[in-house]
Design a protein around this ligand. Sequence first.
Ligand code: 5GP
Ligand code: MN
Ligand code: MN
Length: 318
Amino acid sequence: MNNKAKEIAEFLKENDGFSLVAHNGPDGDSVGSILALGLTLKLLGKRVRMYSSDPIPTLFNFIQSIEEIIIDIPTDFNDILIVLDCSDEKRLIVQEIQYKSFSKIINIDHHPFNTNFGDYNFCDSEKIATAELVYFIVKELLEEIPKEIADPLYLGIYTDSGAFGYDNTSPLTHEIVSELLRCGTSPVDFKINLEKKSYEYLKFLSFAFQNIKQFNDGTISYLYISERDLQRFELKDYSEIDGLIDYLRNIEGTAVAILVKEEKGQFKFSFRSASKFDVGQLCREYGGGGHKKAAGFSTLEHPEKIIPKLINKISKNL
Ligand code: 5GP
Ligand code: MN
Ligand code: MN
């Protein structure tokens, strides 16, 4: 694996002009990976632009230099496009990002079944976060990792590992993190800032909890949130409800948790498995993807139509 990191690092050293992107709907790993690699390339004197197609969750505002990420779609086709934490072209909002027009594409990711759409592909589904892969590239490029770069790497690893508790959290994860702490990252800052909740969110939770539905003797827990619900509770930021599905997964007896959010006229389905049931496989059948225990897809079809089919399928396979 270090050979692959070395190969990509060599390519980055020899070239200039980079646009960095990740999947739509940014999370800690996509944002952290963009920022860590982007800032590293800047330190090497490269011309770098970091992009996010959607606003960055305000929860991450405490991360230094986060404002360097531009909320837009890259169009500098002479650039080399670096795609992070994105398993397939569809999640790049292909209609808007004409990714094939870029001079070269580098694809760095940890999702299973990555489609290897890059000219260079550095993909490893054993890794808990794309930020772990970025760490190895950064190590090839810098002698010492400044705190400003250690922090976004920690953000990616902390969030995608569920604070070091999900499958694939490995001895290597902790080795990387121990180095990041030596570079100045403060776990206290992360815990305090990432666990902060607004008063409005707690009010919203009390409403949402009343609408949880259970199926198949409580083995499937389901919640639907409409755009109107979010507006009614005046949530600052839709990303505030990102952790909501964890409550469903943690209900005793739940094997599969399903959260559906209405978002810009689409329906975003999120799944978590607390059993052997592979939600990644299920979501690929619906044009989405993800891991065995966390996955999703988006569709224009109303959940009322799909949910009964999904419940049926999951129940039969539990
Ligand atoms: P979340 O439910 O937190 O949005 O996503 C859980 C996991 O599933 C993440 O690894 C995420 O990248 C993946 N995922 C969510 N939605 C989609 C989707 O529409 N397509 C693909 N390929 N993966 C998704
Ligand atoms: Mn991600
Ligand atoms: Mn990730």
